[in-house]
Design a protein around this ligand. Structure first.
Ligand SMILES: C[S@@+](CC[C@H](N)C(=O)[O-])C[C@H]1O[C@@H](n2cnc3c(N)ncnc32)[C@H](O)[C@@H]1O
Length: 240
């Protein structure tokens, strides 16, 4: 275990805008923050944007700085990583940035119907061994989770170094008849990305910088998610 981890975990407990739920808080009932993020935590009525698998929370912190009229929540299971973003947000007194330490598999315990306006999924673990992998954050099972709390036609952004993850997600989006806003296999090629503010796309995460240093291309996809829950095998593979 890294020497700093216990220190960071302890410091996380001291931050006002970090929620580290206990098992008992959500196992039998939903967590008390569900449906109450704005009322209890942000104390305003502003739209809520999530960053899933946020790691050090670069998107959460940068977006919170750029858009004070929106609320941002970074979510990750790894406390020592999430600490970085939470510490910066705390030091800079960003009242519109919060962090939730949890597994995204149980995200429905923390957000109510229509509570979220937009989702960023930044460099998720690609889980490419099996396209139907149940752990994939852009797979059919997770899209169904997001449908339960994302507003109708709310936007999902995916940034990834992994072409297979990008392509499988794009295919799933098409198979589900969802509206694609932007789609590219080379985000920094210099070609204008339609429909999305370039300032948003230029934020770079920790993993992204590592991939760029290796000369890898960054794939980006944004689309609107409907409310119609699909089967767990949401893919209709071509030829079937
Ligand atoms: C490859 S890292 C990317 C981190 C960050 N977004 C970046 O771009 O630097 C993937 C992150 O997703 C988190 N993660 C993966 N699966 C998760 C899950 N099911 N629930 C919560 N966090 C998860 C990991 O802990 C890790 O921090």
């Amino acid at each position: 275990m890294g020497r700093n981890k216990p220190i960071r975990w302890a410091e996380l407990e001291t931050f006002d805008r970090v929620i580290q739920p206990q098992f008992k808080d959500f196992y039998f009932n939903d967590h008390p923050i569900k449906g109450n993020w704005n009322k209890q935590l942000f104390q305003n009525e502003n739209p809520i944007v999530l960053e899933l698998g946020c790691g050090r929370g670069e998107y959460t912190v940068s977006l919170a700085s750029k858009f004070p009229e929106l609320n941002f929540i970074g979510i990750d299971i790894k406390g020592a990583r999430l600490w970085r973003g939470a510490k910066t947000a705390n030091e800079k007194k960003f009242l519109n940035a919060a962090f939730l330490r949890t597994r995204i598999e149980i995200i429905r315990s923390f957000f109510a119907d229509n509570e979220v306006d937009e989702i960023w999924i930044t460099f998720p673990d690609p889980q490419t061994k099996n396209r139907r992998n149940k752990k994939r954050l852009t797979g059919p099972i997770f899209l169904n989770f997001y449908r339960t709390f994302l507003k109708t036609n709310g936007i999902i952004h995916l940034k990834t170094d992994n072409y297979d993850l990008y392509k499988d997600t794009l295919d799933l989006v098409k198979d589900n008849g969802l509206e694609i806003i932007s789609s590219t296999t080379d985000l920094y090629s210099g070609v204008e990305i339609n429909g999305v503010d370039n300032e948003l796309l230029s934020i770079k995460t920790h993993y992204e910088n590592q991939f760029l240093e290796k000369g890898m291309k960054i794939n980006y996809l944004s689309f609107r998610l409907d409310k119609a829950i699909k089967s767990e095998n949401g893919y209709q593979e071509s030829g079937q």
